[in-house]
Design a protein around this ligand. Structure first.
Ligand SMILES: Nc1ncnc2c1ncn2[C@@H]1O[C@H](COP(=O)(O)OP(=O)(O)O)[C@@H](O)[C@H]1O
Ligand SMILES: [Mg+2]
Length: 260
């Protein structure tokens, strides 16, 4: 296997008595789409929070970048963003009162500003001075199929479109790795199909992705590899089809087929 773009080793994080992550190892190669699945409470979002600098792990290494990469543990969220990692959230975090376009413009500033809010506060300045940011944002809206909604308040968009808008905002920081936290949650069948097409397109364009997702159709439809977490530990990993048949995985999902 080529050197990984993201290499996580021995990652542990506790919340009081809860071992949210325990000795987790996980790689994402350049341009690869990897899935991260597991029951609720398995530690998936905590892993994203550790990678993005929102949480500091108790133990472990998170290396990111070419040729062995650079250690991310200890960096602030905006420093992680600067190095080329963007994310979407399990609960959509858009600025409801802003237009779709403005939400994406904010994303362009995530690399230089310490968080979503401070990036948003820069917006008036951006409006005046930096038409390039708006042009870039328009291009990204088109890329996720939302060019026609640029001027609409984010809150008025259908839920599935809001999810795609959040992806456009994440792309605005020009990441080489995109972390997606349950992007298909709450989508109807059509929206799910549209999402899957978008993810495949991003994959074709060479973007590496780590995808947390319960919907097996989406996972199977785009992931080259899948890692399964249960109670903070990796219990299985491999090709999507293999993992889905793994008895440990089926058991982790309480005896139901992994697609449940
Ligand atoms: N900020 C936090 N404070 C306390 N406990 C947390 C916090 N975040 C997550 N947890 C706990 O850590 C475990 C893993 O949570 P999470 O990473 O959100 O799981 P998943 O995303 O796989 O559903 C759960 O038991 C959850 O309650
Ligand atoms: Mg979660």
């Amino acid at each position: 296997m080529p050197q990984p773009l993201l290499a996580i080793r021995e990652l542990s994080k506790r919340f009081g008595g809860v071992h949210a992550l325990e000795g987790v190892a996980l790689d994402v190669a350049e341009g690869q789409t990897a899935g991260l699945i597991g029951p609720n409470g398995a530690g998936k979002t905590t892993l994203f929070n550790c990678v993005t600098g929102v949480l500091r792990p108790d133990q472990g290494a998170i290396r990111f970048g070419r040729e062995g990469g650079e250690e991310l543990v200890g960096l602030a969220p905006h420093q992680v963003a600067q190095r080329g990692i963007a994310r979407t959230f399990q609960n959509i975090r858009l600025f409801a009162g802003m237009t779709a376009l403005e939400n994406v413009v904010v994303g362009t500033y995530l690399r230089t500003h310490a968080g979503l809010l401070s990036a948003a506060l820069r917006l008036p300045e951006a409006r005046r001075e930096e038409t390039w940011a708006r042009e870039r944002a328009m291009g990204l809206l088109a890329r996720v199929g939302l060019a026609d909604c640029a001027g609409q308040p984010a809150s008025t968009l259908p839920f599935g479109w809001q999810r795609r808008l959040e992806i456009a905002r994440a792309l605005a920081s020009d990441p080489s790795l995109l972390l997606l936290d349950e992007p298909a949650a709450g989508l109807n069948a059509t929206e799910k199909q549209e999402l899957l097409l978008l993810l495949r397109q991003l994959k074709t364009q060479g973007l590496a992705m780590l995808l947390i997702e319960h919907d097996m159709q989406v996972v199977m439809g785009v992931c080259q590899r899948v890692v399964v977490l249960d109670y903070g530990r990796v219990i299985a990993q491999g090709a999507p089809g293999e993992v889905q048949r793994d008895p440990r995985v089926i058991e982790a999902y309480l005896g139901a087929p992994a697609a449940a």
